[in-house]
Design a protein around this ligand. Structure first.
Ligand SMILES: C[S@@+](CC[C@H](N)C(=O)[O-])C[C@H]1O[C@@H](n2cnc3c(N)ncnc32)[C@H](O)[C@@H]1O
Length: 213
């Protein structure tokens, strides 16, 4: 088993049962990202690092003609996600598979090489090869497709005490807020002739970015 899978399984083996409830107050901006997806009729959406499938389920309820796909490296998280998808009666429109964000092959996993929308929600801050993950996501976009990212921001508008305690809390979960993501997104979008819309949310607590044609 690859290192990332071992690490994430260890992290989430027990937490997966309380994940959705406990993350709701601080993984901010996820619903905003879902609203921004607006996939075409009958289109396809992929989430990289889908966790418990919380986002995929919300999105599938919003966009009813869309097919959804999710990958995650943790089989523990995927077991939780499969249960939730089944409970929500969405197994016909949400397909999940195990894969490493920086190296998965969607053709092999889902029989599909490109997606109309790809999103990454609070996963880049947990993935050491986050640059490779971003590059992979761009490569998998269909023509006219868009990439949507939400994650921790630069905390610029937050008081020092808040920043410090948030960092202490996130360290417990191997989460590293990465201010460099904005720079990388800018470079990738420019190199690929795309347009980037990057927005700080909640005084810099989080950011939301969309790269599109
Ligand atoms: C903080 S959770 C976010 C889950 C979900 N996206 C959300 O917004 O609720 C991060 C997820 O990324 C997954 N992950 C971490 N490293 C990964 C990797 N290398 N490849 C794929 N998924 C990974 C973890 O297993 C976990 O489910």
């Amino acid at each position: 088993m690859p290192d990332a899978a071992i690490l994430m399984d260890k992290m989430y083996r027990h937490q997966r049962h309380i994940y959705d409830l406990t993350r709701k107050p601080y993984l901010l901006g996820r619903d905003y990202l879902i609203e921004s997806l607006a996939p075409p009729q009958g289109g396809t959406v992929l989430e990289i690092g889908c966790g418990t499938a919380r986002n995929l389920i919300c999105a599938a309820r919003t966009y009813r003609t869309t097919s959804f796909y999710g990958i995650d490296v943790s089989s523990e998280m995927l077991a939780q996600a499969q249960k939730a998808v089944k409970r929500a009666n969405l197994a016909s429109r949400i397909t999940l598979a195990q894969g490493d964000a920086a190296a998965f092959d969607p053709q092999q996993l889902f029989g599909r090489a490109h997606f109309d929308r790809i999103f990454i929600s609070y996963a880049l801050s947990m993935i050491p090869p986050w640059q490779e993950t971003l590059a992979r996501a761009f490569d998998l976009l269909a023509p006219e497709g868009s990439l949507h990212v939400v994650d921790f921001g630069d905390q610029a508008g937050m008081p020092n005490w808040f920043r410090k305690s948030l960092k202490g809390w996130l360290d417990l979960f191997d989460v590293v807020p990465r201010v460099e993501i904005a720079r990388e997104l800018k470079a990738e979008t420019r190199a690929r002739g795309l347009i980037l819309n990057h927005q700080a949310l909640y005084r810099g607590y989080a950011f939301h970015a969309i790269a599109r044609a």
